[in-house]
Design a protein around this ligand. Structure first.
Ligand SMILES: [Zn+2]
Length: 269
């Protein structure tokens, strides 16, 4: 099975490959099922063996270290680009409903980015996992018996994973708390005076999702093409800036897990 994440849209693609009987080298092209980006794949195998290995262009093998993380980033950035392209097309001048959908989706993308990357970082680093527990009002004072630990060697990991799954990632205060106290990244400083703009946009997203675009008092939000473009651009720039700042944190825990790796890498966009 050939399995990879597309480096354009982040989607996972799989392909059932069978080695040809008369050759130890093969070259195939697979188009991403989501964005149709073409991927050339060089496959090789030893003589008379069904085992093979492969190199792939414009993609990450799913088995590669950190491939999943890169796919999260590529996916949200691709979705933001799609949103922006749709927002500047004429369709957004015609439908208040479509405008609400596009506006809402930008916040959903940001929420997905927070959720995927925060969970990945904390669950892949002993240091960050410890720091999360110490800073979690819910977890830090919980008490368990020795039996809990004996019965489940992953007890602490599972508790943290459960807590991370409970967090609502459109709760900006909760997200800022994790960035500032666990990752030591001053998210409120990155947001500067745009925090109230983001909070207002999150609240409009709530009204769009739960009240068809109306406030609790029945007031209808008017979302224009300019509003969508402004929010989409802001969310993309915010994610890119956070990603720049989280790189050293990631590199630290990657090296913590693989002392010989000496990992350093550019941001994948
Ligand atoms: Zn793709």
């Amino acid at each position: 099975m050939i399995a990879f994440y597309c480096d354009k849209c982040g989607d996972e693609n799989t392909y059932n490959y069978t080695s040809p009987l008369d050759s130890t080298n093969d070259l195939i092209t697979i188009d991403c099922s989501n964005c149709q980006n073409s991927h050339n794949i060089h496959i090789w195998s030893s003589n008379h063996s069904s085992n093979y290995d492969y190199n792939i262009q414009n993609a990450y093998k799913t088995s590669d270290y950190e491939a999943e993380y890169k796919s999260y980033i590529n996916s949200v950035i691709f979705n933001q680009e799609q949103l922006l392209n749709t927002a500047i097309s004429e369709v957004t001048n015609k439908s208040a409903f479509i405008n609400r959908l596009l506006f809402t989706q930008s916040i959903v993308n940001l929420e997905t980015y927070f959720s995927d990357t925060i969970k990945h970082c904390i669950l892949n680093s002993d240091l960050l996992l410890r720091s999360f527990i110490i800073n979690s009002d819910k977890l830090k004072n919980e008490k368990y018996t020795l039996q809990n630990y004996i019965m489940n060697p992953n007890f602490i990991y599972d508790k943290v994973k459960g807590r991370l799954n409970e967090i609502l990632y459109h709760n900006l205060a909760a997200v800022i708390d994790i960035y500032e106290n666990v990752f030591q990244i001053k998210l409120s400083k990155i947001l500067t005076n745009k925090r109230s703009y983001l909070e207002k946009s999150i609240s409009i997203r709530h009204d769009c999702v739960h009240r068809n675009g109306k406030t609790i008092d029945g007031f209808s939000h008017e979302i224009t093409q300019d509003d969508i473009i402004k929010l989409t651009t802001f969310v993309s720039e915010l994610m890119i800036e956070i990603e720049k700042q989280i790189q050293p944190v990631r590199i630290k825990f990657i090296n913590e897990n693989n002392p010989c790796a000496d990992f350093s890498e550019e941001i994948p966009f």
